[in-house]
Design a protein around this ligand. Structure first.
Ligand SMILES: C[S@@+](CC[C@H](N)C(=O)[O-])C[C@H]1O[C@@H](n2cnc3c(N)ncnc32)[C@H](O)[C@@H]1O
Length: 339
């Protein structure tokens, strides 16, 4: 399914909808039902993002404790020209593109090196439409072809024509469980052609205090962001969570090398979720629902996982504090000659 839109500047934006709204809603309902029936219960992080949640996330990225966005922006600011020179990319695909705010640094540099097309890819049609319209208006020389899709399902629908740079920024890969990450990277490895590149942003392991502070800021913005997921489920899933009966918590899980966000029940709850076939969730005071995982990596781990997917790291970049890593990888050359 696909549609051609025009923005106010008459720049053509193609919106390619791979993800039908009802199928996506059914998929999320199923995943949430499975998560809430698990022990301990968890929910997919998608419930953070209604309009209020997206605005709160935007505020989080500017908090003093939340270093990942500024660190990755610094890396792209310092190295976008080098990335453009090495890759010579004519097409830029961005997975989980959101607002594509930091991506403008890449678009500037690649634009001076012959970039012809930008393909933002996200599960949120609203955010894609808004970001694509702004980018097309600012950069009339670049064709914008947005794809509404699920990056766990629709990578084979990516338009891979000509030399392509596939960017996956924001350490969104840290939100995946290990087996999901392995499957995802393997799929990326098969989608990339011999002249294509992957640009992967990953957050690095650091002191536990800084890690947990980044997910539990002094102003309480992350707490509001986490609690907002209950309001979103109430609205979208016909649930009756009592928001004031939960507290935000961020913990470092050493054995999984990840920060986890939880909602802790402050009293006993009996929650009904009408849209999940009337599923009932019983929580005793002190029990948790896990709402997000955010894995932190070492450089070696990133290299090993990319190698496992048949990719070789050609350059990697960090910010001044070595908080964040951006890796530029391509299909391993020995793999190509064996093909
Ligand atoms: C943490 S935000 C990162 C946004 C941006 N890349 C950045 O670096 O700031 C994750 C983005 O991935 C999108 N997303 C989450 N799950 C997705 C899925 N299964 N398929 C496609 N996009 C997804 C969300 O809508 C959101 O825009």
């Amino acid at each position: 399914m696909s549609a051609i839109d025009s923005n106010s500047q008459n720049q053509r934006v193609t919106i390619d909808v791979q993800l039908e709204r009802t199928r996506w809603s059914d998929h999320l309902a199923e995943e949430t039902k499975a998560g809430l029936s698990d022990e301990p219960p968890w929910i997919p992080p998608v419930w953070f993002y209604d309009e209020i949640g997206s605005d709160l996330f935007d505020q989080i990225t500017r908090l003093p404790e939340y270093y990942p966005t500024s660190a990755e922006r610094q890396i792209l600011g310092d190295h976008a020209c080098e990335i453009a020179r090495i890759t010579g990319a004519e097409h830029l695909i961005e997975l989980g593109s959101g607002t594509s705010e930091k991506t403008s640094l890449l678009l500037d540099a690649l634009g001076e090196n012959g970039l012809r097309r930008f393909i933002p890819f996200d599960c949120s049609e609203e955010i894609l439409r808004s970001a694509s319209g702004s980018i097309a208006a600012e950069r009339p020389e670049i064709e914008v072809h947005a794809v509404v899709g699920d990056f766990h399902e629709h990578l084979d629908a990516l338009p891979m024509e000509g030399m392509t740079l596939l960017a996956f920024l924001g350490s969104t890969i840290g939100n995946f469980e290990p087996d999901q990450r392995k499957r995802f990277l393997a799929e990326v490895g098969t989608v990339l052609g011999s002249h294509d590149w992957l640009l992967l942003g990953t957050d690095l392991v650091k002191s536990q205090d800084r890690l947990t502070a980044a997910y539990d800021d002094a102003q309480g913005v992350t707490a509001r962001f986490n609690l907002n997921s209950l309001d979103v489920m109430n609205a979208e899933l016909g649930a009756d969570f009592e928001r004031d009966g939960f507290d935000h918590m961020a913990v470092w899980n050493q054995s999984e090398s990840r920060v986890e966000m939880h909602l802790v029940a402050l009293r006993d709850h009996r929650v009904t979720l009408g849209a999940l076939d009337g599923l009932t969730l019983e929580l005793a005071g002190g029990e948790h629902i896990r709402t997000e995982i955010s894995t932190k990596f070492t450089r070696e781990q990133v290299t090993t996982e990319l190698n496992g997917a048949g990719l070789e790291v050609v350059r990697s970049f960090t910010d001044d504090n070595e908080d964040f890593l951006v890796s530029l990888a391509r299909p391993a050359q020995n793999r190509i000659t064996q093909r």
